[in-house]
Design a protein around this ligand. Structure first.
Ligand code: MG
Ligand code: MG
Length: 255
């Protein structure tokens, strides 16, 4: 699973310069498909999953998840989430990253920063002996001072030989509640935040989930193993280590 995860994290670093005004979301999807298949034994895990037609979910601005790549061209100031699953041999990894398209406004920058921080807080809560509710509680505590919305109808998940396994990993919760976290479990932890309502809608394509009020949303996701030493991120890499990337604006401070 770590090897599948490493493919995704290197992919994000490679695709970043392609996320620019004038690029189409279908171009990004083709890059994802080619990149993943260039690794022996690896295939894009989302293609055909429940009938999804592409290798990446590419979701722009008010699109929260499951955006279908198309000839739509990205414009300066938009934010675009690329969500990728990889199956290498029999094992899966799943990760998402929200990129700015050129220079983005303050609202979008703050949203990305808050969501990135929420992922960090959530990952840190994935401790052996803890509970799934600890992860949701960490997201809630992180997000409260930022004022952003949490899409309660969208959740993270267990992952392994399948992309989506038990347990569900909600982005809201209470400490000490839910499934107990055991060494060896692997979870896809994926806070999704918005600048407006927490309510979502699905478009008539039956895939694209948007915010009900068409406000902005962002989404960061890691595949995380619960180990005796604590959470181990399997989808980390250079792009994630560069905190300045999400530092274009400072958040309302937490510390
Ligand atoms: Mg994902
Ligand atoms: Mg996922």
């Amino acid at each position: 699973m770590a090897r599948a995860g490493a493919i995704i994290s290197s992919l994000f670093a490679e695709i970043e310069p392609l996320v620019r005004p004038g690029a189409s979301t279908a171009e990004l999807d083709r890059f994802v498909d080619d990149f993943v298949r260039s690794h022996r034994g690896a295939v894009p895990a989302f293609k055909g999953l429940y009938g999804f037609p592409a290798s990446a979910c590419v979701s722009v601005d008010e699109e929260v998840v499951h955006g279908i790549p198309s000839e739509r061209m990205l414009r300066e100031g938009e934010i675009v989430t690329i969500d990728i699953g990889v199956r290498r041999r029999s094992w899966c990894a799943d990760s998402a990253y929200t990129f700015p398209v050129g220079e983005v406004g303050r609202e979008a920058a703050l949203l990305m920063k808050a969501t990135y921080g929420a992922l960090g807080a959530a990952v840190a809560a994935a401790m052996p002996g803890g509970h799934v509710g600890d992860i949701g509680a960490a997201v809630v505590e992180w997000v409260r001072p930022t004022g952003h919305a949490i899409f309660r109808d969208l959740v993270g998940h267990g992952i392994g030989r399948s992309i989506h396994e038990e347990p569900q990993v909600p982005n809201l919760g209470e400490r000490g509640e839910g499934v107990r976290l055991e060494v060896g479990m692997v979870l896809a932890i994926e806070p999704m935040l918005g600048t407006g309502t927490h309510e979502i809608r699905t478009l008539s394509d039956d895939w694209t989930v948007v915010t009900a009020d068409r406000s902005l949303s962002a989404h960061f996701e890691h595949t995380v193993a619960v180990t005796a030493e604590g959470p181990l991120v399997l989808t980390g890499g250079a792009i994630w280590g560069d905190a300045k990337r999400q530092d274009r604006e400072s958040l309302p401070t937490r510390d």
